[in-house]
Design a protein. Structure first.
Lengths: 142, 60
């Protein structure tokens, strides 16, 4: 009994202590949001970073090639606002698309609807990637 | 340039990219990440087939 509780205590103390506020804990999520996967790359998680970057950027570009709708910040409708939140997760990619005027606003055929979903999900996956970069930065994840 | 994918190809690519991100972000060790990535991919693709058969049955 005493043995098992001692082992449990050792396991808890062996866990690396999470540091909530460091330069990296601010920088990694910010860079990761701006450039998908870069939050991992600056922490020298090369393979994870490249895989995340490849997946999210490819998904976003495929969405654009399918002429998916890019939501605007001032959509008005609640679904448009949710779509915008998803899109903006892609960070720099969304900013570039808005700045260069590549954004498609109206859906004319079914493939474009797939594209719209690709764009939103690419942004949402980048939010998950940003959270992961933060967890690595504070030492919660190896 | 416009890309036109079939529904299945779109679902397949979606499954690949989402599984990669889920695998990397939801598990800690490399081995677990690969296993979870494949698990998610199988679930995504399995879901597509199950939904397809359900729709086929409903249509009959």
């Amino acid at each position: 009994m005493a043995n098992s509780s001692t082992t449990k205590n050792e396991a808890v103390s062996a866990k690396p202590a999470a540091q909530a506020f460091t330069t990296m804990s601010v920088l990694a999520p910010a860079v990761g949001w701006l450039i998908p996967g870069a939050g991992h790359l600056i922490q020298k998680r090369w393979i994870r970073g490249l895989l995340l970057m490849g997946s999210i950027v490819t998904m976003f570009v495929l969405g654009l090639l399918m002429q998916g709708r890019v939501y605007q910040p001032n959509g008005g409708d609640i679904l448009d606002i949710l779509g915008f939140i998803g899109d903006v997760g892609a960070g720099g990619l969304y900013i570039v698309v808005q700045a260069t005027g590549m954004a498609q606003n109206a859906i004319a055929h079914a493939t474009q609807d797939y594209g719209t979903k690709y764009l939103i999900v690419a942004g949402l996956l980048n939010f998950i990637s940003v959270a992961d970069a933060y967890h690595i930065a504070i030492g919660k994840k190896p | 340039m416009t890309l036109t994918l079939s529904h299945f190809t779109a679902a397949l690519l979606f499954a690949v990219f989402a599984s990669v991100v889920f695998g990397i972000t939801q598990r800690s060790t490399s081995r677990e990440q690969v296993r979870y990535g494949f698990y998610c991919f199988a679930m995504f693709l399995g879901g597509v087939f199950v939904a397809g058969w359900v729709m086929w049955l409903l249509r009959r």
